[in-house]
Design a protein around this ligand. Structure first.
Ligand code: SF4
Length: 96
């Protein structure tokens, strides 16, 4: 399904235009979802682990606004409870 060409006794056959069209079509399907995803700057999702042949492939890595708000809130709450750790992160992790 994800082959990029073929090989026979005479040559390796690769159709670059066809490959570009295939990848563009896959990314076009995802673009709408990715544009709404709060994980987009940290995304490591491989499209080959999605049902990319579907018209609207789902993505387990998708993070909605609500889920991202909860994620940030839980981190902020944790740091409020651990001010020493917060200071250590500011001075050692972020500065270094
Ligand atoms: S996690 Fe999924 S929806 Fe979010 S940016 Fe990555 S591929 Fe797109």
């Amino acid at each position: 399904m994800y082959d990029l060409g073929s090989v026979d006794a005479q040559a390796v056959h690769i159709d670059f235009e066809s490959i570009a069209q295939k990848y563009n079509a896959w990314f076009d399907k995802l673009r709408k979802k990715c544009n709404r995803c709060y994980n987009i700057d940290m995304c490591t999702q491989c499209i080959f682990n999605l049902d990319i042949e579907k018209d609207e492939p789902g993505c387990n890595g998708f993070i909605s606004h609500r889920a991202y708000s909860q994620y940030l809130s839980s981190y902020m709450s944790f740091l409020e409870q651990e001010p020493k750790l917060f200071k250590e992160i500011l001075t050692k992790v972020i500065v270094e």
